[in-house]
Design a binder for this molecule. Sequence first.
Ligand SMILES: Cc1cc2nc3c(=O)[nH]c(=O)nc-3n(C[C@H](O)[C@H](O)[C@H](O)COP(=O)(O)OP(=O)(O)OC[C@H]3O[C@@H](n4cnc5c(N)ncnc54)[C@H](O)[C@@H]3O)c2cc1C
Length: 419
Amino acid sequence: MAKIIVVGGSLGGLFAANMLLKQGHDVILLEKATGLLNGRGAGIVTHSALADALCEAGIQVDDSLGVLVKKRVTLGHDGQCLADMDLPQILTSWSRLYQLLKTNFPEDRYLQGKNVHFVNQDSDQVYVSCADGSKFTADLLIASDGIRSTIRAQLAPEIKPKYAGYIAWRGVCDENRLSKLTLDTLFDYFGFCLPKGEQMLGYPVAGQNNDLRPGMRGYNFVWYRGATESDELIKLLTDDEGVFYPTGIPPLKVSKKNIEDIRQIAKTHLAPQFSEILEKTSAPFLQPIYDLRSEQVVFGRIALMGDAAFVGRPHVGMGVTKAGDEAIAIAKQIKNLGATPVALQAYSNERLKIGQDVVARAQYLGLYMQSQGQKNSLEHDHVKRNANTVMAETAVDISGLLATGKAVPDGFANTSVKN
Ligand SMILES: Cc1cc2nc3c(=O)[nH]c(=O)nc-3n(C[C@H](O)[C@H](O)[C@H](O)COP(=O)(O)OP(=O)(O)OC[C@H]3O[C@@H](n4cnc5c(N)ncnc54)[C@H](O)[C@@H]3O)c2cc1C
């Protein structure tokens, strides 16, 4: 039995901590936040690999995981259906997954208020110092401390998130506030709307307290729009008191004026169903979109995983599934090779290229999304063709493509953005 520290108590860290504890290791999880992390994210698209990761973590998956959606639709500016596609998928939420993983992990091993600010290692051990003065030692450390990872910043300071040039407005609208038109033509579907150079998408998710009953659910939306880094982004990341949040504005701090503006823009840019959803969502929030690509994820006895290692733009719908896959790889290698640097290196050999491919694939989908509107044609056939491509490529299972090295189209990998 080895001593293993996991840093970061969100989904990635909880996947790894649960799997390693199940193997019999002495696992401690260090999370800087205090209180429940519930309500952080909104909708999460699931793939079969996510169910595998939950199973590896010791969690049985049943129908309560999320909402089954059978079809995708693209709505035109006038609200008419331009194209549709059968594509069954389960849509869940960050809170539901967090609740499943957190309740499965012993409370006395999930230490909150532990802001890791320094790590060190020698040939035998890893040493961790937290901001409150507490110190820990372990045989291995798994860093799942997110896109702004303190541990990555210390070990590989050259790897930094790179702004993709656009942001996502997000939110969840209560089902019971929606009109009959929106309920009949959009609510049950994974829906898209493709204004020029932009992309709106949405899907139904469980409501409060994971309520899956009709009438009690929500519709989760994500609206991608360009925002120049030098001025528009600054305005969007500034609250009503004039405070600027350079790395992301907390949801409840988003400026009321910016929310009012985006609701007005929705009326002219989006199908009326999506505009209604934006109007009736009580607290829309926004997130800048970043790429994060690592060239190295293992440093002796320390491994990066989840968003600390790679962040693909959300078009791949893989943030959580990727973290689950990485946790499976780490746990498998430790089981086979012991809690050693050799096991972590084997994890890196297995996952480094896949992580890089996920980032590149997400960049490819993002560029496609941006360029599809730039051809200046909103003629029916043109939009329909693009609608079919967007529906077929967004947030679908790409495990087969990743396994065969075909996730990134020929020629794209060499031109894609690097950190
Ligand atoms: C606010 C938020 C909303 C999200 N919404 C979605 C979504 O809707 N759909 C989707 O697919 N994905 C979403 N994600 C991303 C998704 O949750 C991640 O891709 C997935 O959880 C794997 O990321 P992670 O656990 O590695 O990192 P994160 O989820 O970013 O978690 C990192 C954790 O590490 C903790 N931490 C950071 N620094 C330290 C430190 N120095 N010491 C100790 N702890 C530290 C943080 O408090 C956090 O809990 C969201 C993430 C966040 C944070």
